[in-house]
Ligand binder design. Structure first.
Ligand code: GLU
Length: 412
């Protein structure tokens, strides 16, 4: 079994590459990153002391277009983790057929320890250290765990101060700065479009599903909002403070307002409190890990009671956990399909910035729904024809497209 997140993603790669008989010589090309930049990030803190941390930008594969992927701020955002996430972006952008390659960035920091001014200094310092490998046709960052539209605004400004005004250099920006209406909700909404497509295919009534969501950040809260609006019963959600549960379904709009005020979920009125382990083992139809990686493993996969696991987070299920779920007939809708609405939305924002034109949110959502349901249908058809899981099919489609582009360009 793999020892690191990057090895784990490459386990999924290898299983899928075998199905499509990928030529041996392409394995090292497609399982290692093109470029890895590791930088020192010194930040002067408000109390006058100096914090020195590390930041990374990994460009995994650019055969299909400019490198694309988010920037996360997290103590565990080390090089191996960022490398794994960069490679997932390559397969994700190829699977949903947007003209990008795959990249990821990270700074090893706990942003809860920083003031807003310190966050801004950190972001500007990090952008200054990596700007020479970014650009609208080179590499385009976006939000990820613990980063948001404000962080993207600072990145855009730091980039533009060197290269001139360049809104398309970063996606996931605020609406007042070239952001696209719909982009903030796009990852969560995209997950729901894919789940809806799966339910239609299987004859499942989405509005009668009991859902558990781990994580209540951008993705988890938008996804819960959309599912609640469709009538599904979201019975448990969690944030870093712990999980909350209601047998009859949680009041998601109230929980979102509570979270928007910066309050921990466990302090919300009228809910039962759950530990993280209890949350993952709660009786439900759909379990949605929407927080960090490697949360469903060989240690807890047997306890999962859902019949569908929708991977809203990146790499939330380890290969061992994935096998245990599969053996029990649990359908896993893989990250590179489920959460691709974020990068699809980024593609819409990027094209609008380049054309200096803004779509209405209705159009954005319609295009997003078309793109996500098309990707689901292609993945489902490949899974049926290869007789494999949705994950293997999704990787197989992504790998085929990247390999074809690399060959056509004469890269190999
Ligand atoms: N961070 C998101 C992801 O993991 C979005 C990336 C992007 O929009 O570039 O897919």
């Amino acid at each position: 079994m793999p020892h690191s997140a990057h090895e784990a993603v490459n386990t999924y790669f290898t299983e899928a590459a075998r199905i499509i008989d990928l030529h041996e010589e392409l394995y090292p090309v497609l399982t290692t990153p093109y470029r890895e930049l590791a930088v020192q990030v010194p930040v002067r803190l408000d109390d006058g002391s100096l914090l020195v941390t590390r930041g990374y930008r990994v460009q995994h594969n650019g055969a299909r277009g400019p490198y694309k992927g988010g920037i996360r701020y997290h103590p565990d955002a080390g090089l191996d983790e960022v490398r794994a996430l960069a490679s997932l972006m390559t397969w994700k952008t190829a699977l949903v057929n947007v003209p990008f390659g795959g990249a990821k960035g990270g700074v090893e920091i706990d942003p809860k320890m920083l003031s807003k001014a310190e966050m801004q200094r950190l972001t500007r310092r990090f952008t200054g250290a990596i700007h020479h490998i970014l650009g609208i046709y080179r590499d385009i960052p976006a939000p990820d765990v613990n980063t948001n539209a404000q962080v993207m605004a600072w990145m855009m400004d730091a980039y533009s101060s060197v290269h001139g005004y360049t809104p398309a250099a970063v996606t996931g920006k605020p609406l007042d700065l070239g952001g696209a209406p719909g982009r903030e909700a796009a990852t969560g909404r995209g997950c729901v479009y894919v789940l809806g497509a799966h339910c239609r295919q299987e004859g499942i009534d989405l509005s009668s599903q009991r859902v558990v969501v781990q994580g209540f950040g951008n993705v988890g809260s938008w996804l819960s909002h959309e599912l609640h609006a469709l009538g599904a019963k979201v019975v448990a959600v969690s944030d870093v403070s712990g999980g909350v549960f209601s047998e009859h379904g949680l009041d998601i709009p109230a929980l979102r307002s509570h979270a928007d005020e910066g309050q921990p979920l466990v302090d919300a009125p009228g809910v039962e409190i759950l530990t993280n382990d209890e949350l993952l083992a709660t009786r439900c139809d759909v379990l949605v890990p929407a927080a960090l990686g490697e949360v469903i493993t060989e240690d807890n996969a047997e306890a999962v009671q859902a019949s569908i696991v929708l991977e809203a987070a990146n790499h939330p299920v380890t290969p061992h956990g994935d096998k245990l779920l599969g053996d029990r007939g649990v359908v896993v809708i893989p990250d590179i399909l489920a959460n691709a609405g974020g990068v699809a939305g980024s593609y819409f924002e990027w094209t609008q910035n380049i054309q200096q034109f803004t779509w209405k949110e209705e159009r954005f959502n319609q295009e997003l729904e078309d793109l996500m349901t098309t990707a689901y249908a292609a993945t489902r058809a490949a899974a049926d024809s290869y007789g494999c899981t949705l994950r293997r099919a999704a990787f197989a489609l992504g790998i085929e497209r990247v390999a074809a582009a690399a060959r056509l360009r004469g890269y190999v």
